[in-house]
Design a protein around this ligand. Structure first.
Ligand code: ZN
Ligand code: ZN
Ligand code: ZN
Ligand code: ZN
Ligand code: ZN
Length: 249
């Protein structure tokens, strides 16, 4: 049976209820952004990702075959998540090795494979090609992070970059549901920038060749799949972003 209400030690005085949130929230467990279903105390504006509310004492991950990950409510000393490269500021799974790996609860639960209409994306810690958003193999110096990569190897997006894209659009007002205001236009510009430099070059030359158009059409489809996979059932806010991304090419 699905858990719909919960007592959690991080919020001892109230019961948390499973809600599907239409707007993004900041998870009070891992401090990362969240969308869609979460455990909430409405009175206190307290939220937990499902993954942060329903943790297990220890866990494993196929990309770290030798590691046993132990759940901690907090850790110390400037740690970052091996999957998304973002800081660990709260709930985390950490392996027992000396030079430990860290994973946010949501990152630990990322789907290893996304399959849609015969098109397959794999979660991978290696990148066969550059990420189509940041045009780099690393998310920051020395950190590769995890990516979703198509079977053909041509389409690759860092989990970190997809998270950032959604966050950026949230900050720019895309979730207000009003597309005619100035902030939404800025946001449109931000979305345009996800076109890679190769796309920029093509644009400066005049127009995109039909091959490039086809490539970017598939790239958008890939991005859409990853966004819905990371953030769950598309909420209205996410649907707006995805639609605007897809309609641009
Ligand atoms: Zn969380
Ligand atoms: Zn409360
Ligand atoms: Zn380890
Ligand atoms: Zn992470
Ligand atoms: Zn990237």
């Amino acid at each position: 049976m699905k858990v719909t209400e919960l007592e959690h030690p991080s919020h001892p005085n109230h019961i948390l209820m499973l809600k599907s949130s239409d707007t993004p929230y900041k998870c009070d467990g891992c401090k990362e952004l969240g969308f869609g279903p979460c455990f909430e105390c409405e009175d206190c504006n307290f939220h937990l990702h499902e993954e942060c509310a329903l943790t297990s004492k220890s866990s494993y991950h196929p990309l770290f075959r030798r590691c046993e990950f132990i759940f901690h409510e907090e850790t110390y000393g400037g740690r970052y998540c091996d999957a998304c490269g973002k800081d660990v500021l709260g709930f985390v799974y950490q392996c027992t090795h000396d030079n430990a790996h860290d994973l946010h609860p949501c990152c630990l639960k990322l789907q290893p494979k996304i399959i849609n209409d015969g098109f397959v994306l794999h979660l991978s810690d290696k990148v066969p090609s550059k990420c189509l958003k940041c045009n780099s193999r690393e998310i920051s110096r020395g950190i590769t992070g995890w990516s979703y990569v198509s079977s053909c190897g041509k389409f690759c997006y860092h989990v970190a970059c997809v998270k950032d894209l959604v966050l950026e659009n949230w900050r720019n007002g895309y979730f207000d549901g009003d597309n005619n205001n100035g902030s939404a236009q800025t946001s449109n510009l931000a979305l345009m920038r996800i076109a890679s430099p190769s796309n920029e070059v093509a644009r400066r030359k005049g127009r995109l060749g039909s091959k490039a158009i086809k490539f970017w059409r598939i790239a958008k489809m890939v991005l859409k799949l990853i966004i819905s996979s990371i953030f769950g059932d598309p909420t209205s806010g996410i649907a707006i972003i995805v639609e605007s991304l897809v309609s641009q090419y």
